[in-house]
Design a protein around this ligand. Structure first.
Ligand code: CP3
Length: 343
């Protein structure tokens, strides 16, 4: 049988890759002129996510331009709340508008309708067919806590005040909600795997809002549940966790959730990470997206620090997503620099 040669899978299995693999969160998006062109044709972001022809094209745009080691499915973490029954809209220039849960009754009636996500699975299989044998396909979902934040607060511009109130005063409702999200996410990710996803990433963008026991109960426990159920079904599919801004809590997260690798944000100190995280699992990250806007030597110097400290068991990425102001040619420079690094 022919051996798959995907550096990102090598790293995730603890093997030495032929070069350091690189992909970037939000590698498809507004910084690419070809994305903006399709975006204006499609009118609406949600339409783009739910039309396999467009979503496939957008997933592949950065792959055509750059020698990236992975493609990430073009979709959004808010599609799960939509399939649970909440109204979702993306208004130009305003980001997502998600209907918030108002009370216990509106929570009780939420029911996951997987058919609404059928176009996403169709996109996964179309992309898989078109990818070169060296490029891995990453599927994803939002972590239960982060998805719950959006469902409780709608889009609050990062405050999520009501969600934090539920943590202290409505644990009963929060538990019910998290269980619904875990069940839905299990199906969502399973179907992505069945359609061809080879790696999964769980985005916990708002993990940093919680500390101490709250972090254990609402970030670690629900993630552990989701990961365990997936591992039971698909023991060979690696899962990357990204509890953004978790600070020192990255350590219990990596020890207790059973994820295979940890994506670290750009505020994580690399020497601390080497000592406390890297000894446990491979890491991914953590170049500051701002430096990708600058490019040139400041960017390659910063990349060099990460590469020299992290060694061959590393997946190169940013500490958060590519920003719309990034000049596309800086991404080529970064990819070439990382690939030329001697492992
Ligand atoms: O990384 C990729 O290229 C894959 C596609 C992807 C998108 N969103 C497309 C997108 C992924 C993995 C996501 C994850 C996502 N979505 C997260 C977790 C990661 C993170 O950023 O912390 C979150 C919190 C969301 C919810 C969301 N979607 C917000 C808050 C916004 C508005 C902010 C913004 O950047 O515009 C979106 C919109 C969104 N999702 C865009 C893209 C390409 C921009 C849409 C546009 O205006 O064209």
């Amino acid at each position: 049988m022919y051996k798959m040669d995907k550096p990102i899978l090598n790293v995730l299995k603890g093997e030495k890759p032929k070069h350091i693999p690189i992909w970037l969160m939000r590698q498809a998006g507004r910084y690419l002129p070809e994305y903006r062109q399709l975006r204006s044709k499609a009118k609406n972001f949600l339409n783009m996510c739910l039309t396999p022809e467009w979503a496939t094209e957008i997933t592949l745009q950065p792959i055509r331009r750059y020698n990236l080691d992975a493609a990430i499915l073009f979709a959004d973490i808010l599609l799960v709340p939509m399939a649970l029954g909440l109204h979702l809209d993306f208004k130009e220039g305003e980001g997502p508008l998600l209907q918030a849960i108002e009370d216990e009754t509106s929570l009780e009636i939420l029911a996951f309708d997987d058919k609404k996500l059928a176009p996403v699975y169709e996109t996964v299989s179309r992309v898989k067919e078109k990818l070169d044998h060296s490029v891995a396909l990453i599927g994803f979902c939002g972590a239960p806590w982060t998805v719950a934040c959006y469902m409780i607060d709608g889009n609050s511009g990062g405050n999520f005040i009501k969600s934090k109130t539920w943590v202290h005063q409505r644990k009963d409702l929060l538990d019910k909600l998290l269980n619904k999200i875990i069940d839905a996410s299990e199906i969502y990710l399973s179907k992505q795997v069945e359609a061809g996803a080879e790696v999964l990433q769980i985005f916990d963008s708002w993990a940093g809002l919680l500390q101490g026991n709250d972090f254990s109960r609402y970030v670690i426990e629900p993630t552990y549940k989701l990961v365990s159920r997936l591992k039971e079904k698909y023991p060979d599919i690696p899962i990357i966790g990204f509890p953004r801004e978790a600070k020192e809590l990255y350590e219990p997260y990596i020890k207790q959730t059973k994820v295979d690798a940890l994506s670290i944000d750009y505020n994580v100190d690399l020497d601390w990470a080497l000592q406390h995280l890297k000894t446990i699992k491979p890491l991914q990250g953590n170049l500051n997206p701002e430096i990708l806007i600058k490019g040139g030597e400041p960017m390659t110097k910063a990349a060099e620090i990460i590469l020299s400290k992290m060694g061959p068991q590393h997946i190169f990425n940013l500490g958060h997503g590519v920003t719309p102001l990034t000049p596309p040619e800086n991404v080529s420079q970064l990819v070439e620099f990382v690939h030329n690094w001697k492992v």
